[in-house]
Ligand binder design. Structure first.
Ligand code: NAI
Length: 332
């Protein structure tokens, strides 16, 4: 099936081509992000394959539908970038990748936590310059501390299990509690989680309900000096409120792999340009903040599975069989 692959980086081309070896779909790799301007590049393609920062709103979907696209396949778990209601109205199917190594993200979240708590990135920069001083690098033991997990699905539960292995007390908050998490930690109301946790890690999807779930009010309720880790979606955190909380010390550290305004920054090399986003620039200026560019999923295992599932979904759509990874329309 002719498929336009937007936001295609070198690794996307390599891994998707490998996954497509048997299926033989005609893949049109495009470096451009999908937008109303770039949508015409998918003309003649029955499927488009997108990533997290592509714009897949009603306007873009209408252009794609008019050009004959009937399937939108996102190479991600989250699909908040896609207007699924508009896709449904236009008769387009949307598929995502539900099952790929959740360990990739959970392990990365632990890495970010250690990096910010134990100042590992700062230490590395120092030693490269011949500075072996420890001043300013003190962290705290995770053993014996309380870790709050918001969203105890696949990734949150693995993260919780790892933190329990560190000897932490694990608290969870989820709209839909799970038996798997119950064996690791205790569910509490979100207010209690915030007030009691030395570390809070976000693992829920971005929805209308979870947008800015960590805002000024939530940060004020948090334990003073707590570390916040966000590997889920940038929109879960009100970044300006986090900056204010960092300035007063109410927030003791921030480790993020995702950022509210990441669409114009991430997955590109902007090192030779002037970055006009003052918020991210302020964030990276804090010594107790670590920012990575949406790389938590980026392991061989996870990317391999993402590409294989995406190709399998395209094949299933072509054959007209049930789409196991179909995103249900909002009313379903
Ligand atoms: P999942 O669907 O297994 O778990 C999400 C959990 O959040 C579920 O238990 C759900 O009940 C809960 N939830 C939903 N609404 C909630 C609410 N209002 N309040 C509290 N909890 C709520 O998803 P999974 O695989 O664990 O992924 C979690 C998120 O991680 C994804 O939505 C995605 O945004 C993010 N992600 C980030 C990646 C990265 O590279 N940084 C890669 C993959 C996923």
């Amino acid at each position: 099936m002719k498929t336009a692959v937007f936001s295609a980086r070198r690794y996307d081309k390599t891994m998707l081509t490998r996954a497509n070896a048997q299926a033989g779909h005609e893949l049109r790799f495009l470096e451009e992000r999908l937008s109303a301007t770039s949508a015409p590049l998918a003309a003649g393609c029955e499927a488009v394959c997108v990533f997290v920062n592509d714009t897949v709103d009603a306007e873009v979907l209408a252009i794609l539908a008019a050009q004959g696209t009937r399937l939108v396949a996102t190479r991600s778990t989250g699909y908040n970038q896609i207007d699924t209601a508009a896709a449904e109205r236009l008769g387009m199917a949307v598929v995502r990748v539900t099952d790929y190594s959740p360990h990739s993200v959970a392990e990365f979240a632990v890495g970010l936590l250690l990096a910010v708590n134990r100042k590992i990135a700062r230490a590395s920069v120092r030693t490269r310059e011949g500075n072996f001083d420890l001043d300013g690098l003190m962290g705290f033991d995770l053993h014996g501390k309380t870790v709050g997990v918001i969203g105890t699905g696949k990734i949150g539960t693995i993260f919780a299990r790892i933190m329990a292995g560190f000897g932490c007390t694990v608290l969870g908050y989820d709209r839909y509690p799970s038996a798997a998490f119950d064996t690791i930690g205790s569910y509490v109301p979100v207010e209690q989680l915030l007030a009691s946790s030395d570390v809070v890690s976000l693992h829920c999807p971005l929805t209308e309900e979870t947008h800015h779930i960590v805002n000024a009010e939530a940060l004020a309720r948090a334990k003073r000096g707590a570390i916040l880790v966000n590997t889920s979606r940038g929109g879960l955190v009100d970044t300006n409120a986090a900056i204010e909380a960092l300035k007063t010390g109410q927030l003791g550290g921030l480790a993020i792999d995702v950022y509210e305004q990441e669409a114009s920054l991430f997955f590109q090399d902007l090192s030779s340009t002037i970055i006009c986003d003052d918020v991210i620039q302020r964030l990276v200026s804090f010594p107790n903040v670590i920012v990575t560019g949406h790389q938590a999923f980026f392991t061989e295992e996870a990317v391999g599975q993402i590409m294989q599932t995406t190709i399998d979904s395209i094949s299933a759509f072509e054959r007209g069989v049930a789409l196991v990874n179909r995103v249900p329309p909002p009313t379903a």
